[in-house]
Design a protein around this ligand. Sequence first.
Ligand SMILES: [Zn+2]
Length: 109
Amino acid sequence: MINKETCGPVYRYEVRNPDYGVLEVNHLSMEGAIREAVRQWGADWRTTACDCTARKLGSARKPRCRRCGREFGRPGDYAAYCPDCERVNEQRRKERAARKEDRRAGMRK
Ligand SMILES: [Zn+2]
């Protein structure tokens, strides 16, 4: 299904509120950015959203991998690791899981 909330370019918005201050969020739409800011502030949507103003800062930056620091994917993606590092992480998880099984096998002897 194609709709405004889930498709299209992601932008960086600066959302401002007299009580909560300023927050920068990535979103597809200005309304979505305000909703996201209100959520992150843990504020009440019905009362707080009315006081919010949002300003488009420009295109959202691409995510930067936490492991290798490389930019990857599409702007506004929330992934923490690039696909390469994700594969390495997955490999490590498998190795750790395999070691655990070895230890259990050892206990049975
Ligand atoms: Zn990486």
